[in-house]
Design a protein around this ligand. Structure first.
Ligand code: HEC
Ligand code: HEC
Ligand code: HEC
Ligand code: HEC
Ligand code: HEC
Ligand code: HEC
Length: 497
């Protein structure tokens, strides 16, 4: 056989290296062509073509070099006179061919790896990479994200953002995460909050800046009570969002107070920042006030372990996109939309119950939801179970969809592990500080007044007259619990048990 390369090329290591390099190069080319010509997205292709195969390719090239080097050393070992580099004689046709192949190949590879590293960079920043690469690990975050107001904002926009520093930091911690995933060393559920989340000023404020929210925003909540008739109860709130800028002047409201004029700092005793013994506000004019809880009085040791933090967007909007809805809320929503029929007796109560049961896997959950709902109506309402069987079937299917969007038993993710700080219904939220029990030395109380953050402009029980007032109504709790709704936090009863 005629040999085109110098003899030193023909050793086992080099040949093996060349084969490996050639095959991976061919595969990469093939995958690139495939990506070029096909329209749909293929989740794992990018990582194979731009991350894994190039590593194998480089390994192959390295083996080629090692093989040649070893060969020369062997050849040389008989000769006593030091260094001898291989001689390249361009008049020798074999050397010429080898030189041509090698230079051409190297240039091609350099170009290619420049392109490859760019693609690798681009790829590791894509939502596809973040959301599906470690499939089961990120599935809850990815699913919740796809159903959120930020579904079109890339993961990297909030978690990495522009700038080399954060890029390097995120790729370093990312490398650890890849290791943790491969060796199954990650915690379930994934701990929240993220300790080194990029500061909100550099992420959220790229798109939303606090000077820009002056409007009050009307929010209507429709609720169904857990009785036989699934009785409806509506409340409409005017959220005092607020804001302020140089042109329009300062307005009062939630954002203005928290972020532009004031600097609010607080201490938290627990990792999730739910227990807050004191909070300090510093107004524009420099006056400071410290509000201390009259209920949570930590010991010195507890205080030493507490973390202090300057409040920013994610202290209220901690779930802007990975939103796991509590069952009451999602069932209220699909019932209001008519996706499940509220003529089915006790459906609200039953739905919340089947969604909340702790299941071990998703499949078990989906099967149990069907079984329990089906047999509930067969046992308690046999005539209806026959006449309304299609509505019961629809309800089952819709509840299974709610389950899929909001519960991830394999990862132990759902609303209970990820309390949302906006509001105060299912988690302490605003009432971590505004519980009426945080008092300053001069006697000022962080207000829990029901019309401080929102004005209750309308309330209505089904079949009763609509009550409306622009000044704010006195709150009526949908079922009679005396004045407990005012004395306790809503989440004391409505939080998961
Ligand atoms: C709108 C901004 C935003 C986008 C877009 C976003 N995240 Fe997040 N992410 C957050 C915030 C805020 C937190 C919670 C931070 C906290 O509480 O400290 C978070 C938390 C997480 C956590 C920690 C566990 C948890 O649920 O608290 C993971 C994992 C995560 N995000 C992955 C992703 C992935 C994957 C994507 C893209 C599919 C993504 N994020 C897109 C803002 C975002
Ligand atoms: C790349 C731009 C971008 C970034 C970064 C971003 N958002 Fe948004 N945000 C949007 C868009 C777009 C919407 C949808 C606006 C709409 O529906 O009117 C939105 C909506 C919202 C809403 C209203 C949601 C609702 O229910 O209507 C909130 C609250 C919010 N973002 C908070 C945040 C927070 C907190 C962060 C930082 C963790 C953040 N955003 C980062 C673009 C962004
Ligand atoms: C004190 C808690 C708190 C802080 C801090 C806070 N927000 Fe809000 N934000 C709210 C509340 C409450 C609403 C009312 C929305 C609702 O009820 O859904 C809101 C509404 C919004 C909206 C929706 C506005 C609209 O017109 O729909 C955006 C966007 C938003 N916030 C972004 C931010 C950003 C960005 C930051 C950080 C600069 C921030 N918020 C800081 C509590 C807060
Ligand atoms: C970490 C503690 C803390 C949390 C959590 C918190 N706040 Fe506050 N809030 C404060 C402090 C401190 C003040 C400033 C009181 C002062 O000194 O006047 C304040 C003031 C306000 C004011 C102005 C009240 C007034 O007297 O004019 C509004 C409105 C408000 N907060 C809304 C909210 C909303 C809505 C939430 C939940 C989304 C929330 N806050 C969560 C600490 C907190
Ligand atoms: C510190 C500010 C603040 C105070 C004080 C406050 N709220 Fe709210 N409330 C909120 C915010 C913010 C939301 C919006 C939650 C959301 O957008 O999902 C809310 C939502 C609600 C809802 C709708 C809950 C749901 O999910 O169905 C009701 C009802 C409500 N508030 C009643 C009250 C009552 C009653 C009081 C007085 C005991 C009160 N609020 C005091 C901030 C406050
Ligand atoms: C002492 C316990 C307790 C407290 C405190 C409490 N609730 Fe309730 N709440 C109940 C009970 C019991 C029901 C009836 C159960 C049902 O219908 O699902 C209920 C039902 C509701 C419902 C209708 C059912 C649904 O799931 O939509 C809403 C809305 C509600 N409460 C809001 C609040 C708000 C807002 C607060 C705080 C201001 C609050 N509750 C405080 C016990 C409580």
């Amino acid at each position: 056989m005629k040999r085109i390369f110098p003899d030193s090329f023909y050793n086992l290591i080099t040949l093996a290296g060349a084969t490996v390099a050639a095959i991976s190069f061919g595969l990469i080319m093939f995958l690139i062509a495939l990506e070029f010509f096909s329209e749909e997205q293929k989740p794992y292709m990018g990582i194979i073509a731009f991350v894994i195969l190039p590593v194998i390719l480089i390994l192959g090239l390295f083996l080629i070099a090692v093989g040649i080097w070893r060969d020369h050393r062997r050849e040389r070992s008989g000769k006593p006179h030091g260094l001898r580099l291989p001689q390249i004689d361009l008049n020798n046709p074999r050397h010429r061919t080898a030189f041509f192949y090698f230079s051409f190949g190297t240039i091609l590879l350099l170009l290619f790896s420049a392109f490859g590293s760019f693609k690798a960079y681009e790829y590791t920043d894509s939502d596809e990479f973040c959301g599906t690469m470690c499939h089961s690990v990120m599935e809850p975050e990815y699913t919740a994200y796809q159903n959120s107001p930020h579904a079109r904002v890339g993961c990297a926009k909030c978690h990495i953002g522009p700038g080399a520093g954060w890029f390097v930091r995120s790729k370093l911690s990312g490398a650890y995460q890849v290791y943790a995933t491969l060796f199954d060393k990650y915690p379930r559920p994934i701990p929240t909050p993220i300790e080194n989340l990029r500061p909100a000023q550099e992420t959220c404020e790229q798109c939303h800046w606090p000077q820009n929210f002056f409007n009050e925003k009307q929010k209507k909540f429709t609720n169904f009570i857990s009785d036989e008739k699934n009785t409806k109860w509506n409340i409409t709130l005017l959220m005092k969002i607020g804001g302020g800028n140089a042109e329009g002047g300062l307005t009062s409201g939630i954002h203005w107070h928290m972020n532009i004029a004031n600097e609010v700092t607080y201490a938290a005793l627990d990792r999730q920042r739910l227990v807050i013994p004191w909070v300090k506000s510093r107004a524009r004019d420099g006056t400071e006030r410290i509000y201390k809880s009259t209920e949570v009085i930590p010991t010195d040791e507890e205080m030493a372990l507490a973390t202090t933090r300057r409040m920013d967007c994610v202290d209220c909007h901690n779930r802007p996109t990975h939103i796991y809805h509590p069952p009451q809320r999602s069932v209220n929503q699909i019932m209001e939309l008519g996706w499940i029929d509220r003529q089915l007796p006790y459906l609200k109560s039953l739905a919340v119950q089947v969604l909340e049961h702790p299941y071990t896997t998703r499949q078990v959950a989906l099967d149990s939801i069907r079984l329990v709902v089906d047999s509930y109506y067969k046992t308690n309402y046999p005539a209806l179970a026959v006449s309304q069987s299609d509505k019961i079937e629809t309800a089952i299917v819709e509840l299974q969809k709610v389950y899929r969007r909001n519960y991830f038993p394999e990862m132990k993710h759902d609303w209970r592990q990820y309390p949302d700080h906006i509001g105060h219904m299912f988690a302490p939220g605003c009432f971590r500080c505004h519980d009426g029990k945080h008092v300053s030395d001069d006697g000022k109380v962080l207000s829990k007044d029901c019309n401080a953050c929102h004005t209750i402009i309308a309330q209505q029980y089904e079949n009763e007259k609509l009550k409306m007032s622009l000044e704010g109504l006195a709150y009526e709790h949908p079922v009679d619990i005396g004045t407990a709704w005012n004395e306790m936090n809503c989440s004391d009863c409505h939080q998961a048990q």
